[in-house]
Every structure is written in C-alpha cells, then in structure tokens.
Design a protein around this ligand. Structure first.
Ligand SMILES: COc1ccc([C@@H]2N[C@@H](C)[C@@H](O)[C@H]2O)cc1
Length: 448
C-alpha cells in the first residue's frame, strides 16, 4: 500500500448506531427541487429531452439570465406537512433534499449567497420547513449539496493558473461557509450527499474533501458522508489509491445497480443507490413521454435488488414549481407504500443473505430470518432454493403465518411451493433455517 494523507480514514463498515440507522433505513426518497422546476425542460419554446435540472446547460443559458427565474419562485401549493405525510405513507425512512443544485440556488436563506429563497417572492426558509416536517413524521433528513456551483464567479473546472488557484480557494472557503451554515442551522441533518465533485479542480484538492468530511463530523457527530465527495492525494475518487472506500458508503450507483452474481464485492461495504423514475430526469420535466417511465413494480424491484445486495435505495421525486407533485409520483408513492405496509419487514433492517440468487427473485436477511421476495413465479409452481453448505431450511411461511411446503430435493437444494392462492403480485416467504447443521446426508455425487 502507498502512504496517503487524504485517503480512506477507516477500513471496513462503520458499526456505530448512527451508521446502523442509516443502513437499517434502507429505503429513502430524493427531492430534486430548484429553479429548473419552473421551465421544466423547455427554454425559448424548445423542449430539451436531457435531464431537466441541466436545462441551463442544454440551452446554454448564462447564469445571470438563468437566475432571473428567482423572480418567479413562489410555490403557492407548497405544504411541507403534506410532503412529509406523502413520504410517511410511501414508507421511506429518510429523504435527501437538494439544498443547492449545480445552478447555485439555495433552498435555505444562506447569508453567503444572493441566490436563495430569501431573495424570491416566497421569501421563507423552505429547507427549514421541510426538515421540521419530515423530522416530525420520524423521517430522517439528508442534505444533497452540489459543490460545482454555476452561479459563483470563483468556481473553476480546472486549475491552470495562479489566478485560478486564488479564485478556487475563495470558492472552497465560500463552500465551507455554506456547509457550516447548513450544519449549524439544521443540526438534525443525518447525512451530506455531495455531488458536482468530478472536475479536475476538486481532484487537485483532495485535501479539501478530507477536510470537509472531518469538519462536518466534528460539528455533527454521527453524520454520514458519501464517497462521491472524496478525492485522495492523487485525485482518485470514491476508492482511494489503495482501493479503500472513502467516506461512509459508496455512492456510485446512480441510475444503475450492481449485478447480483458478478458484483457481489459490493456486499463488503455500505452503499446507497439512487434512481430516477423516467430514464433520466431528476428535476421536474413537463414531458415525461420523452423517455420510458418505470412502473411502480419496476421501482419496487430495484428497491429489493439493492437491499438484497446490502445497499440502500433512494427513489427520486421532482416536485413541480407550484410545490405540488405530478400525479405519476403521487401514484408511485401510494403503490410503494401499500407494498411496504404489507411486506416492509423484508426491507427495513435487512441485508444480503449470502445465498445464490435464483430466477424467481431476491433473498434478504435479518439475523436468523431469511426472506424470499418473489417477483417471477415459475410455471413449475416450485421456488428452487440452493442453501450454503451446512444450512438447512426448516420451515417456510407467508408473513401472515400460513405455511408453504418445503421439500428437500438434493443436497442443500429445496423446492418451496408457491402459495395456494395466487398473491397477484410480488410477495414474501419467510424461511426458518438451521445453520452449521452437520451430519452426513443420503446424497451421493456422480462420478464423472
Ligand atoms: C454529467 O453527468 C451528470 C449526471 C447526473 C448529475 C446529477 N446527479 C444526480 C443525483 C442529479 O442531481 C443530476 O443532476 C450530474 C452530472
């Protein structure tokens, strides 16, 4: 290993209570809300099919023109309590809120910028209203923060001159001030999720990323920090030059998931995935017909897939400029919430089971309980299980207690019957198992 000053501060998963809560939460929601919600993907009469929160970039709008959108920021339908009730009903245990996206508009009245809610017709502290409303519902709040800031004259994509270095250092100080402001004003925040950290300017300032993690952890003991913030002495990001994960959890699975067979390495560390409902829209876009929109079942499968591999999943919502949600997102929250109400025990506090994935779906595990989450019922009506050496399946039952037959078919192989009554959708079977059950068996491998 090479010696690093700004590499991983810790080897292995964090085991403290705050990280355990982060991990046990498992299901979160993203809120992408900013000035981009006003144009909703359209500029000067042209609709751009790229991500709506990047419209400023697609339509090449100068920052001062883009920020004039602030004059129209007045979400008259915004109701933080209603947002929190929706999140509660969906069954999310935490919500990640864009405090400031790349555009530089702040949802809190930052005293370090003139591009904040305080300078809009709305005036009030939206972030503060949301933190209180979510916390009142027992929902943790995480802050999304974009380091890259298109509104700030001192931001630099790269450092190519002394002038760049001087300006960017001013920018890093401005960023420190905003982060300290967020940590001070909203001390119940549980996590900072950094974005906009891929530019050469940041990679050349790995020291600063290590300093930010430490600064926030000094101010908010227990707070979690995503790997995307971090660059090491050599500009290596997420994993340092010795291959060790920086930050508290990997945050590279954005709109993609690790393969349940080929990427089992991810079960060695904590990680959190995030996903959009359309193919690639985080901020509000007025026309969702421009790409495929995932059904609630397709969103649910991604949630289960992440938990089955020891990760968290954050489902994105892009509220409208008026502060209400589009019907598709309300329906999604409702559908996921109904399923979580019935089957959430296979999600919350669960982890990778360590068993070989089968075609019918996914396993999750909590202590001695192994859950089968069935998405693809087989025509055979038998759900095949292959257990690790020394592990036996003793019993299988639906969550209402109704048993389903389990038949041993070969060494460490079982057929679990599909329930007599078709569950009409993805369902859960809970297994009672016995591990390190020794003893010879009646099976003989073929001589070949
Ligand atoms: C250049 O590629 C991207 C893709 C997505 C992003 C941002 N990360 C997501 C979590 C959203 O905030 C998206 O705008 C930034 C740059």
């Amino acid at each position: 290993e090479i010696s690093l000053k700004y590499g991983a501060d810790r080897l292995g998963k964090r085991t403290d209570d705050a990280m355990r809560k982060f991990r046990d939460n498992r299901l979160g929601a993203f809120i992408h809300w900013g000035l981009y919600a006003i144009p909703g993907g359209e500029w000067n009469g042209k609709v751009y099919n790229g991500a709506a929160e990047w419209l400023k970039s697609w339509a090449k709008v100068p920052a001062d023109e883009w920020l004039k959108l602030m004059d129209q920021w007045n979400p008259e339908k915004f109701n933080a309590k209603a947002w929190a009730k929706m999140a509660k009903k969906m069954g999310v245990k935490y919500v990640k809120i864009t405090t400031k996206h790349h555009e530089g508009f702040c949802l809190w009245p930052s005293k370090y910028s003139k591009y904040t809610v305080a300078q809009t017709p709305y005036k009030k502290d939206i972030l503060g209203e949301l933190v209180k409303a979510y916390n009142d519902e027992g929902i943790d709040v995480h802050f999304y923060f974009s380091v890259m800031d298109w509104s700030h004259p001192d931001y630099r994509y790269d450092i190519k001159s002394e002038e760049d270095a001087v300006a960017f250092n001013r920018f890093l100080e401005f960023t420190d001030n905003q982060l300290k402001e967020l940590a001070t004003r909203y001390p119940t925040v549980k996590d900072f999720w950094f974005d906009g950290t891929w530019d050469a300017s940041i990679k050349k300032n790995g020291w600063w990323t290590a300093h930010v993690e430490q600064m926030l952890k000094d101010m908010l003991p227990g707070v979690t920090i995503n790997s995307r913030l971090r660059a090491d002495d050599y500009g290596k990001r997420h994993f340092d030059s010795n291959g060790h994960l920086m930050g508290d959890y990997e945050s590279g699975y954005e709109r993609r998931l690790p393969d349940p067979v080929k990427d089992l390495k991810v079960t060695r560390w904590d990680w959190e995935a995030c996903m959009t409902v359309p193919e690639n829209q985080w901020g509000y876009h007025k026309d969702w017909s421009l790409s495929y929109v995932k059904t609630p079942l397709e969103v649910l499968e991604r949630i289960v897939h992440a938990v089955a591999m020891g990760g968290n999943m954050v489902v994105n919502f892009g509220p409208q400029a008026d502060g209400d949600f589009r019907p598709e997102e309300k329906e999604l929250a409702d559908a996921i919430g109904k399923w979580m109400q019935k089957y959430g025990e296979c999600i919350y506090g669960c982890d990778y089971a360590g068993w070989d994935k089968q075609s019918w779906g996914y396993y999750t595990r909590k202590g001695k309980d192994v859950y089968m989450v069935v998405f693809n019922p087989p025509y055979s009506k038998h759900l095949v299980i292959k257990t690790p050496k020394g592990t036996k399946v003793v019993k299988a039952a639906l969550l209402d207690g109704k048993e389903v037959a389990v038949k041993e078919t070969a060494r460490n192989e079982y057929n679990v019957d599909m329930p007599a009554k078709d569950p009409e959708g993805p369902f859960v079977i809970k297994l009672q198992i016995e591990e390190n059950a020794g003893g010879a068996d009646k099976y003989r491998d073929a001589l070949t």
